[in-house]
Design a protein around this ligand. Structure first.
Ligand code: 5GP
Length: 360
């Protein structure tokens, strides 16, 4: 992974095949394409009060903006999307489409994450998770992409909800150990006290769930230190850890020595203005320090991106070769929340691709 400054030759050397990729940081409701949002609207029908009439017109304006969405619109879109995934059928449709689109992009392994939601009289949190699991199970049989589920805890929604979600995740993990594999801590990075959540997350870990925690999206030296000491399996974003990005030398050293991988979501960071430009992003110091990075989309629908686009941006910005990118994908596989057998199969598949495209 030291050839990060090598000459840029990201284009395939012999083949036009899509690169085989692993996506480890994708929020389900942030990943819905405009096509899916429109289909969900049809499914929901105008009889539903939550997204009807004027409210739907506003939603449509945001959806149709596509690449031109402003930052505010990106965030408004989360609540729009939530209003459209408010039944088990809609949640299943959303999951089906997201898996299909990642597969079309060349993703062979996907870890989807989502916050269980209940809608009074319509859907319990269990039904929400079951709907996702059902779609994943179907796709794992019929598609050339392996998908797992990470249950999210939204730090903005308080401790009672967090407790509920962790208990549900533990329960679902024991019911579907091949699909429900981890816990994510996400939601507004300025809300909630991290110390309140750590004991819950520890319980999840001791029940066999893996942990990926959003960390350092905004500068917060104290909190980042607590998260790094807690040693989750991976961290999301890790934007403000380097001293030049609102972190500190101490934190940077801790991260460097930890062996933790950082899930880097460049377009999301740019559009939410947590980085000033791709070339000025924290990916530069991460590569220089040889810290494992996992290129990811975060919310491919909301931020109008794809994983291949994130790889292209990283490659062009930091002169990364196609060989580097394939090795980065192999490294991503080593950080997946899968079994050894599944990891070996993914590695084999990527090696095969590397051989066939002259990348080995
Ligand atoms: P869902 O969990 O409903 O499937 O996906 C949307 C949710 O993921 C959002 O409501 C938010 O809690 C979380 N999320 C999506 N993108 C980000 C991000 O960039 N940072 C954080 N902290 N949370 C996010």
């Amino acid at each position: 992974m030291n050839e990060s400054k090598a000459i840029c030759c990201f284009l395939p050397s012999r083949s036009t095949e899509k690169m085989e990729m692993a996506e480890l940081h994708a929020h389900l409701n942030g990943s819905l394409s405009s096509r899916t949002l429109h289909a969900l609207r049809q499914l929901q029908n105008s009889s539903d009060s939550e997204a009807s009439g004027d409210s739907w017109k506003k939603c449509e304006a945001i959806i149709n903006h596509g690449n031109e969405r402003t930052l505010d619109e990106c965030f408004q879109l989360f609540s729009v999307v939530h209003s459209l995934t408010s039944t088990p059928t809609a949640v299943s449709k959303a999951t089906d489409d997201v898996i299909e689109e990642f597969e079309e992009d060349g993703v062979i392994y996907l870890e989807l994450r989502s916050t269980p939601r209940c809608i009074d009289g319509v859907m319990t949190k269990e039904q929400y998770v079951e709907a996702i699991v059902k779609s994943i199970r179907k796709a794992n049989i019929s598609r050339n992409i392996l998908t797992k589920l990470i249950v999210s805890v939204d730090r903005q929604r308080g401790l009672t909800e967090a407790e509920e979600n962790v208990l549900l995740a533990v329960d679902m993990h024991s019911k579907y150990p091949d699909i429900v594999v981890g816990i994510d801590l996400s939601g507004h990075p300025c809300k909630g006290n991290i110390e309140d959540f750590l004991p819950l997350l520890e319980n999840a870990r001791s029940s066999g769930l893996k942990l990926s925690l959003h960390c350092a999206e905004v500068p917060n030296v104290d909190e980042v230190e607590k998260i790094l000491k807690f040693e989750p399996h991976r961290i999301g974003h890790g934007t403000c850890i380097h001293p030049n990005f609102g972190g500190s030398e101490k934190l940077w050293n801790m991260l460097s020595k930890s062996g933790l991988a950082v899930e880097v979501c460049l377009t999301s960071n740019l559009k939410t203005k947590t980085i000033e430009g791709y070339e000025k992003s924290h990916l530069g110091p991460l590569l220089e320090q040889n810290i494992p990075v996992i290129l990811s989309t975060d919310d491919k629908g909301v931020f109008a991106t794809t994983l291949s686009e994130e790889c292209r941006i990283a490659a062009e910005t930091f002169s990364l070769t196609r060989m580097w990118m394939c090795e980065a994908m192999l490294q991503s596989v080593s950080y997946t929340f899968t079994t050894e057998d599944e990891k070996n199969k993914l590695v084999h598949s990527i090696h095969k691709f590397m051989n066939s495209s002259g990348c080995s």
